[in-house]
Ligand binder design. Structure first.
Ligand code: AMP
Ligand code: MN
Ligand code: MN
Ligand code: MN
Length: 311
């Protein structure tokens, strides 16, 4: 999913010159050296990831992550298991979710961090999205069948380990059935706009998703902004609307951002008065370019989304 350039993970470990402390006017370091390793965007098999929550937490801890957010697509059911595992492993688990949003003709993703999972508005909203997801899965199956590919819905459901069906599961089925060489090319051939398995539809509104997250006491983070194929003007509009609706941060460092993307979005975060987040978007060990572990530091001048979280 990384669009260009070299893998980020491991390429620039820890506290590089990007995170160099600057001197405050009083002469002391304005920014304490960041001592904790954060990964605030990850998935398990409760959505389209490969690992169980306990496996995700074990891998994160082994790779040096100290604060881990579980942010499955449209569902929070993996959080309690992850929380129990994190307690045993001695790391901090941030309850999260990644909400599917329709903004104009675009699907965008909004991560919620530190959400109260018991919040009714949030859970009612997520349940509605999962209902749409379920209908869409059937529709993807029907459309692929018409295009001469039978059995796709059964194949996808068999791969959805906790019932939530993602296009990722269709992609895995299509690759296994020999319709494409890998998951990346299968998306291009079958699952994106204009292709036989693409189903348009309405996810949450941007305001709605941010409203649910804020109602649940969380912080809304615009996920992997470099991935949206929109003009700079539209992007500015998106960031403005996101902030005005109560959004808190954007992902500046992401497993799917190039180094240029990080600097660009670091500047945009500041321009729009938004905090900066950092997350791998880890889905599973087979995604070699997006492992869990130390990511590049946030560019100098960004205010981290975790500022004020306490120890
Ligand atoms: P869904 O939410 O069911 O529409 O599925 C979206 C998920 O598919 C994303 O969260 C990614 O994990 C995955 N995905 C989307 N586009 C691609 C792509 N081009 N290559 C590989 N995975 C993709
Ligand atoms: Mn995904
Ligand atoms: Mn996403
Ligand atoms: Mn994600």
């Amino acid at each position: 999913m990384q669009r260009a350039g070299k893998p980020l993970n491991g390429a620039l470990v820890g506290h590089s010159k990007l995170g160099k402390a600057r001197l405050h006017k009083n002469g002391y370091s304005r920014r304490m050296p960041e001592t904790r390793v954060y990964d605030l965007h990850t998935h398990t098999f409760y959505s389209d990831g490969a690992l169980a929550p306990a496996e995700l937490v074990a891998r994160a801890a082994a790779n040096g992550v100290q604060v881990l957010a579980l942010t499955d697509h449209d569902v929070t059911d993996g959080v309690p298991e992850a929380q129990a595992a994190a307690q045993l492993a001695g790391i901090t688990l941030v309850p999260g979710v990644e909400i599917s949003v329709t903004w104009g003709a675009q699907t965008v993703h909004v991560v919620g961090l530190n959400i109260d999972m018991a919040n009714v508005a949030l859970q009612t909203g997520l349940a509605r999205l999962r209902e749409f997801r379920d209908w869409r899965a059937g529709e993807i199956g029907r459309r692929l069948a018409k295009a001469g590919i039978p059995g796709a819905i059964e194949g996808a459901r068999a791969r959805a380990q906790r019932g939530l069906v993602s296009r990722t599961h269709f992609a895995q089925f299509l690759v296994a059935a020999g319709h494409a060489a890998d998951v990346r090319s299968v998306f291009k051939k079958f699952l994106v706009h204009g292709k036989p398995g693409y189903v348009p539809g309405q996810w949450a509104g941007l305001d709605e998703a941010i409203g649910w997250i804020n109602a649940a006491g969380g912080q809304a983070v615009l996920a992997h902004p470099a991935r949206y194929k929109i003009t700079a003007t539209r992007l500015g509009k998106l960031l403005g609307e996101f902030r005005d609706a109560g959004g808190a941060a954007i992902e500046v460092v992401s497993g799917s951002h190039s180094r240029d993307d990080m600097f660009r979005f670091g500047q945009l975060a500041n321009r729009y008065g938004l905090l900066a987040s950092s997350g791998s978007d880890f889905h599973g060990p087979q995604n070699y370019y997006m492992d869990l572990g130390p990511m590049p530091a946030l560019p100098d001048g960004c205010t981290p989304v975790w500022q004020g979280w306490g120890a």
